[in-house]
Ligand binder design. Structure first.
Ligand code: ADP
Length: 210
């Protein structure tokens, strides 16, 4: 759907609307000698992709967007809510050794640190844990809250945010992941994570035919 390749029929619809718009779905169907129902999926795709716009009781018209504008249109439709992953969290009193073990077992590069109320307190990256491992102290004796990056320094995002805005935050702050949070009375509840992998996957999806 996000792919810019149109089927022959879709191309035909676009050119009919370009020349005759605004035009109703009914009239497009007549011209193509198809039923309105047969045409419905194509019209939905063309509208979603931004080629056409629909006005109630007026009909379809050609938006005239360039392919660059269409790409922007499609990127700006991508929300965190459709692209985030499950978060992996550890309690702030967990020791560094156990946090490293969790990172391996859960196969993630960033852990979020929470208190007993599940509120966000900090972030642990791979390098945070590597750095702690270079110290003299036994890793079992160092709680993660000593070494983590802590609130209020943590960059976060919300489910409603645009994915492109989270990508910008990752770049600007030179970090790999953002916790997806929900505001609570007493703090921020961690409900997900957005990582460079999510962004890469979304980027690939943008050109995938489906
Ligand atoms: P790594 O350190 O493994 O390359 P990052 O680039 O994600 O991974 O982390 C760099 C530093 O930024 C670390 O000290 C980490 O604690 C911190 N950090 C990671 N994610 C965030 C975030 N969402 N908000 C604030 N700081 C973060």
């Amino acid at each position: 759907m996000n792919g810019m390749e149109l089927s022959a029929r879709q191309e035909e619809i676009v050119s009919i609307v370009k020349e005759n718009g605004p035009i109703t779905g009914e009239h497009i169907a007549d011209r193509l000698k198809l039923t309105r129902a047969t045409l419905r999926p194509d019209l939905a795709i063309l509208t979603m992709a931004g080629f056409l716009d629909a006005r109630p009781r007026v009909g379809y018209f050609y938006t005239g967007k360039t392919s660059n504008e269409l790409l922007t249109h499609n990127i700006k439709k991508m929300k965190v809510s459709e692209h985030f992953s499950v978060p992996v969290v550890v309690n702030e009193h967990v020791n560094v050794y156990d946090a490293i073990t969790t990172m391996f077992l859960e196969d993630v590069g960033t852990l979020f640190v929470v208190d007993e109320h599940s509120h966000l307190q900090g972030v642990l990256s791979r390098k945070d844990l590597l750095r702690a491992s270079l110290g003299q102290q036994s890793l079992q004796e160092v709680p993660v809250h000593i070494i983590m990056t802590r609130m209020p320094m943590i960059k976060v995002c919300k489910k409603e945010d645009l994915l492109i805005d989270t990508a910008n935050k990752l770049i600007e702050n030179q970090i790999d992941a953002l916790p997806v949070v929900q505001e609570k009375d007493e703090g921020l509840e961690v409900i997900g994570r957005v990582t460079k992998t999510n962004i890469t996957r979304a980027f690939v999806e943008l050109v995938k035919e489906d």
